[in-house]
Design a protein around this ligand. Structure first.
Ligand code: ARG
Length: 458
């Protein structure tokens, strides 16, 4: 490609280290779309003749069909997807192919291709996240009244409803989708026409290429255009946040599926057996979601570190931007789909969830609140009285609402029989009606909002 000045070809290792075709061939659709937008603009602006443009476009369509049918040939001597395509174009239509690269550079070309790819990737992730939300909302609706222990410090804290717990993840995914949507808006400016770094002297129409490729506008600084990878970082950081949320949910499933908890039974389709221990049902998919999160964070870190020392404008280090994004995207797609499948099929062990909520003195706060509300006792004192009641229940090995009234009155004479209504896990959750609280009515209201947001209901 630069034979004019170079007498010798590159060393074999140089060829290998320089080549990005093994991975950037994944950009082929975007590369052809970008070239077609460019060549049409070249013709409209009189930069190349209309019949040359037509020949180039037709050649590009042929190559598109070839790639579609047979994949992209991995010709590492041609370095990257841009050169592989251009060289195939020259084979097909001869020297006219050389006119396509007028008024552009691979620097703005790759920046454009990659933005287009990431934009599609965001749309794919968003669809997956929406499906995950639908699964969460559906299971939450089934369990709006199912009582389970709520935890802080992984200690039983207060009873909550399983629907409420699942809807917490709905909220996380809602923020994740909005983060990706923000990133998509921000990245939707077209770098094509920035050329190598300084713009071009040819009379190009950047608005036309931007519009043809579905961008809102052309980028405003040519140096920034070819050196910017914020869009890829935005993608990776948004992906990291999703991975983090999925990993937390996966971790809960792993804990919940273990025998001492027994909160869930994973379906056959989403667990594996052991080759040696017949009793096993392992939560491998959840463990891999948790594991993949680490690799996604690694991909994000990798690109941050690649970019952090680079002066303006383009440096070849930036060729390494693609593998982490591709890897993160593939892992994320799998993780979202696996999590969705697990949620759809998991069987929640409702009696066990209730049992653990009951044995953990999870209604102790309700006793304290009752003492405040119905016996007029200051909260601090009520907390102390409740502590003594819990101690007694612990000693007797019974739930709080199984203590007898005489024993409670012995702790504090202001307690009367009305207290028992407050001590059951059902009355505890039903009482927490504050906005966003765990009361079944609140959970159902939030599910109704979510179903409208997800366009499941109008
Ligand atoms: N394969 C290169 C990349 O992915 C394309 C840009 C090459 N530009 C250059 N000046 N060498 O970044």
């Amino acid at each position: 490609m630069w034979g004019g000045r170079f007498a010798e070809g590159p060393a074999a290792v140089m060829r290998e280290i320089n080549a990005s075709i093994p991975f950037d061939k994944r950009l082929w659709r975007q590369d052809i779309a970008g070239s077609i937008a460019h060549v049409r603009m070249q013709a409209a602006q009189g930069i190349i003749a209309a019949d040359d443009a037509a020949a180039i476009e037709q050649g590009l369509r042929t190559i598109e069909a070839e790639y579609e049918a047979n994949g992209v040939p991995e010709r590492i001597e041609l370095e990257d997807i841009h050169m592989v395509t251009e060289s195939r174009l020259a084979e097909l239509i001869g020297p006219t192919a050389g006119r396509l690269h007028t008024a552009r550079s691979r620097n703005d070309q790759v920046a454009t291709d990659f933005r287009l790819w990431v934009r599609d990737a965001i749309d794919a992730v968003d669809a997956g996240l929406k499906a995950l939300q639908v699964a969460l909302v559906t299971r939450a609706a089934e369990h709006a009244d199912s009582v389970m222990p709520g935890f802080t410090h992984l200690q039983v804290a207060q009873p909550v409803t399983l629907g409420h717990h699942l809807m917490a993840y709905y909220e996380m995914i809602r923020r994740d989708r909005s983060r990706f949507a923000d990133a998509r808006v921000r990245m939707n400016e077209c770098p094509l026409g920035a050329a190598a770094l300084a713009g071009t002297g040819f009379p190009i129409d950047r608005s036309a290429t931007a519009a043809a490729l579905g961008f809102d506008k052309p980028t405003d600084n040519s140096l920034d255009s070819v050196s910017d990878r914020d869009f890829a970082l935005d993608y990776l950081m948004s992906a990291t946040q999703v991975a983090l949320h999925l990993s937390r949910l996966a971790e809960e499933f792993i804990i919940w599926a273990s025998q001492p908890y027994g909160f869930v039974k994973l379906s056959d389709a989403w667990s594996t057996g052991s080759s040696i221990m017949p009793q096993k049902r392992n939560p491998d998919a959840a463990e891999l979601v948790r594991g993949h999160a680490g690799r996604i964070v690694g991909a994000m870190t990798s690109l941050v570190i690649t970019m952090k020392g680079l002066p303006l404008a383009y440096s070849k280090d930036m060729q390494d931007d693609k593998p982490p994004v591709f890897e993160a995207h593939d892992l994320l797609g799998l993780a979202i789909a696996a999590m969705t499948g697990m949620i759809e099929s998991v069987s929640f062990q409702v009696p066990r969830l209730r049992q653990v909520a009951e044995v953990g003195f999870s209604t102790a706060t309700d006793l304290a609140d009752w003492l405040v509300r119905d016996a007029g006792i200051p909260f601090r004192e009520a907390h102390h009285i409740t502590g003594r009641a819990v101690k007694l229940a612990e000693e007797e090995g019974v739930a709080l609402d199984m203590l007898d009234l005489a024993a409670l009155k012995n702790i504090d004479p202001r307690i009367d029989e009305r207290v028992f209504a407050a001590l059951s896990v059902d009355s505890s959750v039903a009482s927490r009606k504050s906005h966003g609280g765990t009361a079944p009515d609140q959970v159902r209201a939030r599910i109704a909002d979510a179903r409208i947001a997800l366009e499941l209901d109008r």
